[in-house]
Design a protein around this ligand. Sequence first.
Ligand code: TYM
Length: 337
Amino acid sequence: MTEKKHRKIVVSGIRPTGNLHLGNYFGAVRSFVKMQSEYQCYFFIADLHSLTTHPTPENLQSGVKQVLAEYLACGIDPEQATIFIQSDVPEVVELYTLLNMNAYLGELERTTSFKEKARQNPDNVNAGLLTYPVLMASDIIIHKANFVPVGKDQQQNLEMARKFATRFNHMYGHRLFPLPKPFSFDGKDMIKVPGLDGSGKMGKSEGNGIFLVEEAGSIRKKVMRAVTDSGPTMMNQQKPEPIRNLFTLMGIVSSPETVAFFEDQYNSCQIRYGDMKKQLAEDIISFTEPIREKILAIRNDEAYLSRVAREGADKARESAARTLSEVKKLIGLNRLW
Ligand code: TYM
């Protein structure tokens, strides 16, 4: 194995806005676990990003603790990866301020997630929301990341990070920042885990999450309620979106044989959605149950969680401070007198 300091660098984060769901796991955390032994990894909890929606201090505290416990329960190993809380690394915020000077109103306003959030919450179109991609770019480039494992919904934010990095490099005539690339688990496209409510992605704000920490009974209920239709009427008929979503989820958690079986049933118009859902629910549960047990065991061990966060913050700050000092020198913020 390459010596750690020569390995490519990986950065990614998750907002502490609720329990992790299958979308977070299969879009991001699964890659974190896979990458940690091969790359130099920084995985954090994006508490500053979550402030755009004004959580109460209590919710923020418990959200951060929960995601930290969930990271560990999923198998992210603090001996291999640096795990930290975003606000413990103030250097990120300083770089964010500097990057903001070269981030333009027009491009920020055109970002899909900004437009979407502004539409959903017209009373809370705050500046933090507008400059969200700048803070995210800062998270990434402050460690000079080469790869960023994220789901498809973060693709545009990642493109913005590349844009801000390129702009800085050009402006100061120096290739300080590598251009961060997306990383997908299987080397194919970035993924979008669908919800089971007919259309769209699984998400915290969509209210359609199946959570890693969820009890089996509750998962069964949610899956059995998934939207379907009255079934195919022609052989090999194209699947409408809700059915496609059911198959996509099955493709993620079930064995290839199981998926093939239900594909055949669908194509020959014999499918019984009730059977398919039962199978899907059981396959989800066999995947989540061991993780759930670990989450419950770790989440009350505050001494351990706090040690992991403290040690992670020290390592992340070291790397961040190094980059920030190079940035300040290039800008001319270092004092020469
Ligand atoms: P967040 O907290 O919304 O989501 C965390 C991660 O989960 C992925 N994800 C999904 N992937 C596939 N299908 C889904 N249905 C699904 N839902 C969520 C997201 O793509 C993400 O990878 N802006 C980020 C947090 C962030 C960040 C960063 C990420 C802040 N700074 C720097 C990477 C690098 C966010 O809100 O993710």
